[in-house]
Design a protein around this ligand. Structure first.
Ligand SMILES: Nc1nc2c(ncn2[C@@H]2O[C@H](COP(=O)(O)OP(=O)(O)OP(=O)(O)O)[C@@H](O)[C@H]2O)c(=O)[nH]1
Ligand SMILES: [Mg+2]
Length: 295
């Protein structure tokens, strides 16, 4: 008897939603960085065990959007909450329920969505703070479970998975049991390149970066990829390329290693950097970069 459920992973930026998804799956399907607003699209993670298939949907961190790309990200998170059976609200240990979390909770209420609360990064906080967080959230919403865990180390993630079983219902699976995500390899490759950029660049530049795959040629034991990196200013382009091309070379070799691991083959990766001013505010550009609104 097959069972399934769709569960959204939501929360403010940077709390560890994507890290959690990767840990659940035991495979990296979502990129992770210290910078807020790393995730831009909904990322599907398919967790199949025995007769049960749970589809976890990682979402962009909830924030106040300042660009059209931000609007798209918020619509993505919101639409996801509109189409699932339950939610995992991810937060860090704080003494109070934050304004963003309060908004998410009121959405859970209006959707009538059941939810579990994850207090993440317990490896990095004192247990007294965790107790205060639990108390504050218990007053705000009737969570089915409250689970302190570390998405990074994996401690407590098994408890989350067993708590999520309550949302499974009898029904056919939506995905075959041999895949962990429905993202095309090209898209994951573009995201891997963006991750390396996010991790190596300071503050303002990362938010203005998009990566597109322009060519993808598969030969016997080699995949040749040409990707373009878009940034918003000529000065940013200079920083990305670095002195004598050292910056882009380092990013390229780190990205190549990860893409080779994913494809399990040798990869030739060719990167170009282009400038497209204010692309985040151009409907045309954000559509072009794959951030299309589903109407
Ligand atoms: N110490 C600690 N750090 C963590 C843990 N989980 C995630 N992080 C770190 O928190 C940062 C953000 O992680 P992400 O998984 O990208 O967070 P996110 O919620 O997906 O962020 P957005 O996509 O921007 O909304 C990264 O530097 C992670 O390594 C954890 O359990 N412990
Ligand atoms: Mg993320």
């Amino acid at each position: 008897m097959k069972k399934t459920a769709f569960i959204a992973i939501v929360g403010r930026p940077n709390v560890g939603k994507s890290t959690l998804l990767n840990t659940i799956l035991g495979e990296k399907v979502a990129i992770v960085s210290k910078k807020p607003q790393t995730t831009r699209n909904r990322i599907t993670g398919i967790y199949t065990e025995g007769e049960e298939q749970t589809v976890f949907l990682d979402t962009p961190g909830i924030h106040k959007p300042r660009t059209r790309l931000g609007d798209f990200m918020m619509k993505t998170a919101s639409d996801t909450l509109g189409g699932v059976d339950a939610a995992i609200l991810v937060t860090e240990a704080r003494e109070e329920v934050g304004d963003i979390e309060a908004k998410i909770i009121s959405r859970l209420r209006s959707e009538g969505l059941p939810a579990v609360l994850v207090i993440n990064k317990v490896d990095a906080v004192r247990s007294a703070n965790i107790a205060k967080t639990i108390a504050a959230y218990a007053e705000a919403f009737d969570f089915d479970a409250v689970i302190p865990l570390s998405a990074k180390s994996g401690k407590g993630v098994d408890i989350l998975l067993s708590e999520c079983k309550r949302y499974l219902y009898e029904g056919d699976w939506f995905f075959s049991d041999d895949i962990v995500t429905d993202q095309p390899e090209k898209q994951i490759a573009a995201e891997i390149i963006r991750e390396k950029l996010l991790r190596s660049l300071d503050e303002e530049i990362p938010h203005g970066i998009a990566v597109t795959i322009e060519e993808w040629t598969e030969k016997k034991d080699l995949v040749s990829i040409r990707a373009e990196i878009y940034c918003e200013k000529a000065s940013h382009k200079g920083i990305i390329i670095g002195k004598g091309g050292a910056g882009i070379k380092r990013i390229g070799s780190k990205a190549r290693e990860d893409i080779e691991r994913m494809l399990d083959t040798r990869v030739f990766l060719d990167l170009y950097v282009r400038v497209k001013e204010n692309w985040r505010d151009s409907e045309f550009n954000i559509n072009d970069f794959g951030f299309k609104k589903e109407e």
